[in-house]
Design a protein. Structure first.
Length: 194
């Protein structure tokens, strides 16, 4: 991991950088083993976490796939469920078979993303035009393979194959952190108004 890249992203977002220190600093031979970097701390009234992780491919060769995650903690007092994913081949098949896809009324956004929610009104009213545009811009500028955003309990989470050592992934993380913070604010305001 190019350790010099995480500080730039942390500084850009104004969120503390954690990690890079030794797991076992008192054992000379093992002090070279460092904790992975992550970004974690207050961000626009929420707690933001950004980090890399790997997921095993399940094979005998021990290979794994790198991912990065953006997690934003918020107050989800009504246990709203929400999912935003990229429109693709399988989602088009799912729609043909009757899978839920809430239309926001924004044709470009609705062609680009699949929206699912336990509250249809929130998906239409809470996804304000400014928020929809931020997600569209992030998808268009950063990633051919947009991950998925999911609200579960009090966490709004984005995961995608990639690694924050890559400039494109860091740019996407910065853009999506801001869009997700706006979405989190909309969720909290919507719950307060309901």
């Amino acid at each position: 991991m190019a350790s010099s890249q995480f500080p730039l992203l942390a500084q850009q977002l104004g969120v503390p950088l954690i990690g890079g220190d030794s797991y076992l600093p008192k054992i000379p031979i093992l002090k070279l083993i460092k904790r992975p970097y992550r970004i974690e701390g207050p961000f626009r009234g929420h707690i933001l976490k950004i980090y890399n992780y790997s997921q095993s491919n399940g094979g005998q060769n021990g290979s794994s796939t790198p991912y990065f995650a953006i997690v934003l903690e918020l107050k989800n007092t009504r246990d709203l469920k929400f999912k935003l994913s990229s429109e693709g081949f399988f989602s088009k098949i799912g729609k043909a078979l009757g899978m839920q896809d809430i239309q926001t009324g924004d044709p470009i956004f609705d062609e680009t993303f699949v929206v699912k929610s336990s509250d249809t009104s929130f998906a239409r009213e809470g996804l304000l035009p400014e928020i929809r545009q931020q997600f569209l811009t992030a998808k268009q500028q950063c990633s051919r393979t947009f991950g998925g955003i999911q609200l579960k309990n009090n966490n709004l989470r984005y995961d995608r194959v990639g690694h924050l050592s890559k400039e494109q992934d860091r740019t996407e993380a910065a853009m999506l952190s801001k869009a997700m913070a706006d979405l989190a604010d909309a969720i909290e305001i919507y719950h307060g108004a309901s």
